[in-house]
Ligand binder design. Structure first.
Ligand code: NAD
Length: 301
């Protein structure tokens, strides 16, 4: 008989699953919440109600970062540990930021879409004229782990200057990283690329709103891989349709996955990816092994 029972409804890395199964019985049935010792989640929510029902619960493991889907206050009140995998996917998300920046700057997806639609092969390359990344200014909103990876690629790969807005990081730390600490308005005004990597909190909800978007250059590109809700989607739609900014790409939405109801998806200067920031084989393996090890550490304590 295995010592622990875990609620896990989504898929995790095969090897991580093997380790978990050595010590735990796995259930996918949320109705068994009252008997589980641990919950491992990916995108699912853990509510106060669930925590209150889970009489044996000792640990909630988040496969990934950004534990805004967990009622942390309730977990604290009930004395439940919350563990997560802060390092495991940062490289993958950092690389996606650059992929989206390059895509939007050079109209890669748009060229492909036009090519597919253009039966007579009369694509007008002039309409697809883009921008180089070399020597441009890269603005990071939030100067944490993911932003630093994207900033390093921007600096080393494209000789970009990096501006950072992050009230919780000192000027000295920014100096050491070779990035310039600025306020948000200056970043929005000066950057050619604005990349957002902050947690979703009360302070960051609609941090990028109409007035901030209006500060951006008409040639600027916005990239959001943080959380839906940090950017005001209606304001972004207006900025894109009126060409106040050149283009935007987002991996995250208020309602995920985004459907055709989301007006942003109708725009040619917008690209959506369905929350794939951490979706690489490498990150999935590392997130799986890390969350399983962290959960087992708590349970065996
Ligand atoms: P991190 O904690 O290392 O960095 C976040 C940074 O945001 C910190 O430096 C913090 O000081 C800063 N910050 C907090 N509030 C701020 C504010 N009001 N204004 C400006 N800066 C503020 O986190 P990270 O690993 O870089 O991840 C960032 C976010 O990316 C996560 O919280 C998560 O929501 C998101 N994420 C998305 C994916 C994806 O698949 N798209 C994957 C992983 C993480």
């Amino acid at each position: 008989m295995k010592p622990f029972k875990i609620l896990l409804t989504e898929h995790i890395d095969v090897n991580a699953m093997k380790t978990l199964e050595e010590y735990c019985t796995i259930t996918q049935d949320v109705n068994e919440i009252d008997v589980v010792d641990g919950i491992i989640i990916r995108a699912e929510k853990v509510t106060r109600d669930m925590i209150a029902k889970a009489k044996n619960l000792k640990v909630i493991g988040k496969h990934g970062v950004g534990y805004d889907s967990i009622d942390i206050k309730a977990a604290k009140e009930y004395g439940i540990n919350v563990v997560y995998t802060p390092q495991a996917n940062i490289q993958s998300v950092g690389e996606l930021i650059i992929a989206l920046a390059m895509n939007m700057a050079r109209n890669v997806s748009l060229s492909f879409e036009r090519g597919k639609q253009d039966k007579n092969k009369t694509i007008a390359p002039k309409e697809l004229t883009g921008y180089q990344l070399s020597k441009k200014t890269f603005g990071i909103v939030g100067a944490g782990k993911i932003s630093r990876i994207a900033a390093t690629i921007a600096k080393q790969g494209f000789n970009m200057e990096v501006l950072a807005y992050d009230p919780y990081i000192s000027k000295e730390e920014c100096d050491q990283l070779g990035i310039q600490k600025v306020d948000l308005d200056l970043l929005m005004t000066s950057a050619d690329f604005v990349s957002i990597s902050v947690p979703l909190t009360e302070n960051t909800t609609h941090l990028i709103n109409e007035s901030k978007l209006q500060l951006m250059k008409p040639s600027a590109i916005l990239i959001n891989t943080s959380r839906g809700g940090v950017v005001d989607e209606e304001a972004l739609y207006n900025a894109l349709i009126h060409k106040h900014i050149y283009a935007a790409a987002s991996d995250v939405f208020v309602k995920e996955p985004p459907t055709s109801e989301n007006k942003l998806l109708s725009l040619e200067n917008f690209v959506a990816t369905p929350h794939i920031g951490a979706n690489t084989h490498e990150a999935m393996a590392l997130m799986g092994s890390t969350v399983v090890n962290e959960v087992l550490l708590v349970l065996r304590d």
